[in-house]
Design a binder for this molecule. Structure first.
Ligand SMILES: [Zn+2]
Length: 552
């Protein structure tokens, strides 16, 4: 999702109503202070690290009138090392009714949003076991979804109930019991949602069964055949229209399922054709769609959008741009639907490749935002158009906090992970100076780390290795400081002296500079002065996200 705009929207709201809201209400504070609860939520602590979740069997009944849920989750897990205490997360005000293992109730204690279960049965290394959590309650309603999420209870224009979830950052435990850690993905998951007739639930993966319960409710059983991050698990309940299409992609036939509100079907049939060109473009740049078994879906939601895996949430009003705006200010952002493109890009970046710690969610957002300009290039066939778009988004970079956040406390980095992250990647494309190699790197990341959890270091090392350049200082500079490299030069007769300044020690990124009559030369500046013949004018290729300073 794109959090940047939310600040703008929020600021407008604050200014409009002239109420002093606490800044950053919906966004996590960067730099703390962090609480014990943040550590319980954000770290692979002692009651978590000994077990790997392998399967979630989630069953939830939705009470539309009371805005409540009731259900159970049977957690299958592999024991990594013997232990007796297990952490399961479920957020206030939801209540656990019981926890059962091997047919026996087990004791547990609550510490805020974390439950610590005292397991009785031996937990032998290598064993696969199950524990079932029964729960109920009224989940936290979303305040400003998708950014400040929770359960969203709305009605469509016809007055039908329209319910959805959005809980990235906040955590899936806002509505179901889970190991609420980004690195904890099950190998597969069932999501069985029971709703009052005649409404439909659309969740992730494939619809396996529809069971009329004979009591005025129907259970929709969905199954995800692949690893999935838990914030991607979703429900969407309402009066939906549905149609299916097929797409011939790199791995054969991919089903595309479309679920707009019934009242918006005509608009959806017009606007959502863009999903096809989006898949075409991204398969070309990033490799095969990662979830052929689960299919591609677009689901209309009462919030702007979210990258729910194999169930992309769409709430962009069937209009091009981002809520009708062009985030780049160049016009290129108004020729396509931001939510279809950005959120679908997350199927590769964030869903296929998931950051182990939300502190490194730039792996999701930098690449998904970068994907937007590649889509412009796919649309117009012009690298210049694509470059204008991504360069245009630089106006939105704040450079006030590093992109990488704090580890182990559920703290994602600054919003610069979007546009600055995209411009870092655009700069790296220039550094490769070889689009075939650059595309191979983007595809190679998706192939090498297919369906995996990664660290930033792994991604940084992979890109460095494929480019044959040690880029670790470059990543340090752009991801872990707020300083932008400055190409500093001094005209010295028929030559110039040049170097990098405002950089971390050892920074030595190549850059293209025009030295003679506008033709570019590739230079390898370091922090030491070097010189090169130049008759001017000196101009750094604007595709590189760097500053330029002439010393006189
Ligand atoms: Zn995003």
């Amino acid at each position: 999702m794109n959090k940047l705009i939310n600040k703008v929207v929020l600021t407008v709201i604050i200014l409009t109503v002239s109420i002093l809201l606490a800044p950053g209400v919906p966004l996590q504070a960067q730099g703390g202070p962090f609480t014990r609860a943040d550590t319980l939520r954000g770290s692979d602590g002692p009651a978590r690290s000994w077990w790997d979740v392998t399967f979630y069997d989630l069953h939830v009944t939705i009470d539309l009138e009371k805005a409540e849920v009731e259900g159970w989750n049977r957690i299958s897990y592999r024991v990594r090392e013997p232990a007796t205490e297990m952490q399961i997360d479920l957020q206030v005000p939801l209540e656990i009714d019981s926890i059962v293992q091997d047919g026996q109730p087990v004791e547990y204690r609550r510490d805020g949003n974390a439950f610590f279960v005292a397991l009785q049965a031996p937990q032998a290394a290598g064993q696969t076991k199950q524990v079932t959590v029964y729960y109920h309650g009224r989940p936290r309603p979303a305040v400003n979804p998708p950014w400040d999420g929770g359960l969203i209870w709305r009605r469509d224009r016809g007055g039908n109930p329209w319910v959805a979830t959005a809980n990235q950052g906040l955590g899936a435990s806002v509505w179901w019991p889970t190991k609420d850690l980004q690195s904890a993905e099950p190998d597969s998951q069932r999501i069985a949602i029971t709703v009052p007739d005649p409404y439909v639930d659309v969740s992730n993966g494939r619809l396996r069964s529809t069971t009329r319960n004979g009591d005025g409710t129907t259970t929709y059983e969905w199954f995800v055949a692949n690893p999935i991050n838990n914030y991607g698990i979703t429900l969407s309940v309402g009066e939906y229209a549905h149609w299916q299409e097929e797409y011939q992609g790199e791995l054969g036939t991919l089903t595309m399922d479309f679920w707009p509100l019934a009242e918006n079907e005509a608009a959806a049939r017009r606007q959502w054709v863009q999903a096809r060109s989006t898949l075409r473009c991204f398969e070309e740049w990033f490799g095969p769609f990662p979830w052929y078994e689960d299919g591609f879906k677009l689901i209309e939601t009462p919030h702007l959008g979210m990258e729910h895996q194999s169930a992309v949430a769409y709430g962009n009003g069937y209009a091009n741009g981002y809520l009708g705006m062009d985030l780049s200010g160049t016009g290129h952002g108004l020729t396509w639907d931001y939510i279809i493109v950005h959120e679908s890009a997350h199927e590769w970046w964030g869903n296929n490749i998931t950051a182990a710690d939300v502190a490194e969610n730039w792996i999701h957002e930098a690449f998904a935002t970068y994907a937007e300009n590649l889509y412009v290039e796919c649309l117009t066939g012009s690298q210049e158009d694509a470059a204008e778009y991504v360069i245009g988004t630089r106006a939105r970079i704040a450079n006030q906090q590093p992109i990488v956040g704090n580890f182990g406390v559920n703290n994602s980095g600054s919003d610069d992970m979007y546009n600055k992250g995209a411009n870092l990647l655009h700069t790296l494309r220039q550094v490769t100076d070889d689009d075939t190699l650059w595309r191979d790197i983007l595809r190679g990341l998706n192939e090498t780390f297919r369906h995996s959890i990664v660290t930033g270091a792994e991604v940084e090392r992979y890109i460095s290795g494929r480019m044959g350049i040690d880029l670790l200082r470059v990543f340090d500079q752009y991801l872990r400081t707020t300083r932008i490299p400055i190409f500093e030069y001094r005209i010295d007769g028929a030559s110039i002296a040049y170097r990098w300044s405002n950089v971390v020690a050892g920074f030595d990124m190549p850059v293209r500079v025009s030295l003679v009559n506008g033709s570019y030369t590739r230079l390898l500046p370091t922090t030491e002065w070097q010189s090169v013949v130049s008759s001017g004018p000196v101009q750094v290729d604007p595709n590189f996200y760097v500053g330029v300073r002439e010393l006189r």
